[in-house]
Design a protein around this ligand. Structure first.
Ligand SMILES: Cc1ncc(COP(=O)(O)O)c(C=O)c1O
Length: 389
């Protein structure tokens, strides 16, 4: 049985099986099934016809930066200058450059686990290390101030970055303003640490919840805060490739310098469309939020009869993270990768094993796959689990 453990592996294997004619219900990938809103597509078409098809400034056009700055002024009343803003071809590319800018060999990056799987590769390639803080289901998937304080104290001078992805991929947990203020109180005591806020899921918060950012809550940390955001999830623009960061000019100058050596600029047409996206109406998000949370509830209800799979209802994000320890040890299924392989090969359902996110034994299920895919996947999974238990 072919196994795959990283998201890229699962993605590639799923595509290969689909190309061979297999009908796979894919809950592995994290991209909204909704199409990019029409007004944004229209802005891209108009940009092409205006001739905005040439190289731009490496870190984004002045007009794009203006729209990004306006967003943060609008959302939090915080003013950034253009030198504090950088746009690149996706949040992922930007995070990789940021780490390269900040980290030296042997530095430690502190983060709650599970985490966005791509952090590992970006950090390890620089010979830096992740000092992960396990926050499993027994912790309600939440980092506590006590654990953060203990880890910072333990890591001492080697700790260089604290990264908080909120709402979290893969657990969907959303930190409250009170929790964030507690983190800020602790982080104040560590003036040499950069704080990266990965806020790419900021608009995917459910059940009427509100998103809070350390940016607004802890002005005293402002000089060390770097916010990373992306158009991928909020505007269903995963293929358009644009991410941006806001933070100290000192760091952003270095980011620009690396970007200039590696790439020219984010796509000019995407930049024009992003201006319309950022400045435009966000009313459609309510419908998306309701639709995604309904799919979340449907999956949870379908899997509830199986106590071997346990999760906590996510308040945001795009995924459900299920503890699957009680299903391991059945037959040849010993790891979460074995279980994911079982679902893929025996039930034609693609999920991602927890190894990809630094905390096991879990599997991650997407709640933003098309409704019909979700229906098929849960039907197939429940049959497959019944055969195991
Ligand atoms: C937590 C997190 N950060 C950053 C990204 C990067 O997004 P993109 O490169 O599509 O902008 C992702 C993508 O899934 C993510 O889950």
């Amino acid at each position: 049985m072919t196994e795959a453990s990283s998201i890229a592996d699962i993605f590639a294997l799923t595509r290969k099986l689909q190309a061979e004619g297999r009908d796979i219900a894919d809950l592995s990938i994290g991209e909204p099934d909704f199409d990019t809103p029409d007004h944004i597509k229209q802005a891209a078409v108009e940009a092409i016809w205006r001739g905005e098809t040439k190289y731009t400034n490496t870190d984004g056009t002045p007009a794009l930066k203006k729209a990004i700055i306006a967003k943060y002024q609008r959302d939090y009343g915080i003013t950034f200058s253009p030198s504090e803003v950088v746009a690149d071809s996706g949040g992922k590319a930007l995070l990789a450059v940021l780490f390269r800018t900040i980290l030296q060999q042997g530095d430690r990056v502190i983060m709650p686990l599970p985490c966005y799987g791509s952090y590992h590769g970006m950090i390890n390639i620089l010979d830096a290390e992740i000092a992960g803080i396990p926050c499993g289901i027994e912790d309600n998937f939440r980092l506590s101030p006590e654990k953060l304080a203990a880890t910072l104290a333990e890591q001492g001078n080697q700790a260089r970055v604290f990264i908080l992805n909120n709402p979290n991929n893969p657990t969907g947990m959303v930190y409250s303003a009170a929790e964030l203020r507690d983190f800020a109180t602790i982080l104040k005591n560590y003036p040499n640490i950069w704080i990266i806020l990965d806020e790419v899921y900021e608009n995917l918060v459910y059940d009427g919840g509100r998103y809070a950012s350390l940016l607004a809550l802890a002005p005293e940390l402002r000089s060390r805060l770097i916010v990373v955001n992306s158009i991928s999830k909020t505007y269903a623009m995963t293929g358009w490739r644009l991410g941006y960061a806001l933070g100290s000019t000192e760091v952003m100058d270095k980011v620009r310098s690396i970007m200039a050596k590696c790439s020219a600029n984010p796509c000019s047409i995407t930049q024009a469309a992003t201006i319309t996206a950022l400045n435009g109406d966000h009313g459609y998000l309510k419908n998306w939020q309701e639709s995604f949370s309904a799919r979340r509830d449907k999956i949870i209800a379908a899997l509830r009869p199986f106590p071997q799979l346990r999760t906590i209802t996510p308040q945001g994000g795009m995924f459900l993270y299920y503890h699957c320890g009680a299903l391991l040890g059945t037959g040849s299924i010993k790891t979460s990768s074995n279980l994911a392989a079982y679902f893929l090969h025996a039930a034609n359902v693609a999920v991602v094993p927890g190894a990809a996110f630094g905390l096991d034994p879990y599997i991650r299920l997407s709640l933003v796959a098309p409704e019909a895919t979700v229906d098929t996947a849960i039907c197939r999974m429940t049959h497959a689990i019944q055969k195991l238990v």
